[in-house]
Design a protein around this ligand. Structure first.
Ligand SMILES: C[C@](O)(CO)[C@H](O)COP(=O)(O)OP(=O)(O)OC[C@H]1O[C@@H](n2ccc(N)nc2=O)[C@H](O)[C@@H]1O
Ligand SMILES: Nc1ncnc2c1ncn2[C@@H]1O[C@H](COP(=O)(O)OP(=O)(O)OP(=O)(O)O)[C@@H](O)[C@H]1O
Length: 290
């Protein structure tokens, strides 16, 4: 058995997000383009033979047993019947609850990483189905490809998007996802479009249906969106609080990030079409027979 292995857990941006309905269970049906980006947490896996699962790092505001990292490992152990254990350590870089999907991505990296380390031989489809119990954004990270998504985000079609450089701003406040989805003024009846239409229109036509409600409820987010919008079209990811704009070059993004960093925590990240997790584990090269 390997001594230890460190794997990335990348963030995502919702390049567009339309809300096309509300299901009976209260969840909303979405149409979204998830793009994986190269901003990552890192999780270190150290196998153990005693069947125990431990997370050694503190994640502020999240109890050990509630952490999606621990919950994902326990879920997989239970599902697979494996008697092996794991010590996990996470180096967090992604802001929590910011719409970048960090918690979901952490869970996905644990599922995919443990499948490899415990040699379970489960398919990505099986892991994604399991991951959906932990969060709606887990499946896209398990599959590891930028994707068009429907349902609550679990019906995925891999797509290839442009790969710009993003300026990502955290306006310093946190957004309550349930309160956005419960707001009576939320647009929840956008006309469904086809994936082809969404891709054809491209960035100029993309929007996020949560934006109006979020701007109304959280003026600092409206302010940051307006500020970034002076330089390039700016948009919310998920229900926020993070927002982003795309630039053609790293240099252009860095110039704006330099200005933004004077007011808000800011990152520059590159758009990707495949997850660095899957790149590291050789998924896509294996599939292509290279
Ligand atoms: C909006 C997205 O950011 C798009 O990527 C995600 O779907 C949100 O995923 P998330 O943060 O994991 O959200 P969850 O913890 O699953 O949901 C929080 C709450 O938001 C509401 N919710 C969430 C997702 C969805 N499609 N419809 C909803 O109505 C539900 O009330 C839910 O109880
Ligand atoms: N390992 C983890 N990392 C981050 N958050 C975690 C983790 N485990 C549990 N959580 C909880 O999950 C919540 C949502 O985390 P996450 O970072 O995925 O939200 P998000 O960036 O808003 O994602 P989304 O776009 O899915 O809404 C956090 O506020 C935190 O309470």
């Amino acid at each position: 058995m390997i001594a230890s292995l460190t794997l990335p857990a990348p963030a995502k941006l919702n390049r567009m997000l339309h809300i096309v309905g509300r299901r009976e269970d209260g969840y909303h049906s979405l149409q979204t383009l998830f793009q994986i980006i190269d901003l990552c947490d890192h999780i270190t896996f150290t196998p153990r033979h005693d069947g125990e699962i431990h997370l050694t790092s503190e994640v502020s505001g999240v109890d050990h047993d509630d952490n999606l990292i621990v919950r994902a490992a326990r879920l997989l152990q239970q599902y697979s019947g494996s008697h092996l254990g794991i010590t996990l350590d996470v180096e967090k870089r992604l802001p929590m609850g910011g719409g970048l999907g960090g918690g979901s991505s952490n869970a996905a990296t644990v599922l995919v990483g443990l499948n490899h380390i415990w040699q379970l031989g489960l398919s990505l489809n099986a892991l994604a189905e399991l991951g959906l119990q932990l969060g709606a954004d887990v499946p896209v990270f398990v599959h590891g490809h930028t994707a068009w998504a429907e349902g609550v985000g679990e019906q995925l079609t891999p797509v290839t998007l442009d790969a710009p450089w993003f300026v990502i701003i955290h306006p310093g406040i946190s957004v309550s996802t349930p309160s956005v989805f419960q707001d009576p003024q939320l647009t929840r009846d956008s006309r469904p479009i086809t994936m082809a239409r969404a891709l054809q229109g491209g960035a100029p036509e993309w929007r996020n249906d949560c934006e109006a409600v979020v701007k109304k409820r959280y003026p600092p987010i409206a302010e940051a969106l307006d500020w970034l919008g002076q330089y390039a079209p700016s948009r919310l990811t998920g229900t926020g609080a993070c927002l982003f704009a795309a630039f053609q070059t790293q240099q252009a993004a860095q110039a704006i990030a330099h200005l933004s960093a004077k007011r808000w925590p800011t990152w520059v990240a590159h758009g990707l079409n495949t997850s660095p997790l899957h790149d590291d584990l050789g998924y896509f090269t294996k599939a292509l027979g290279r």
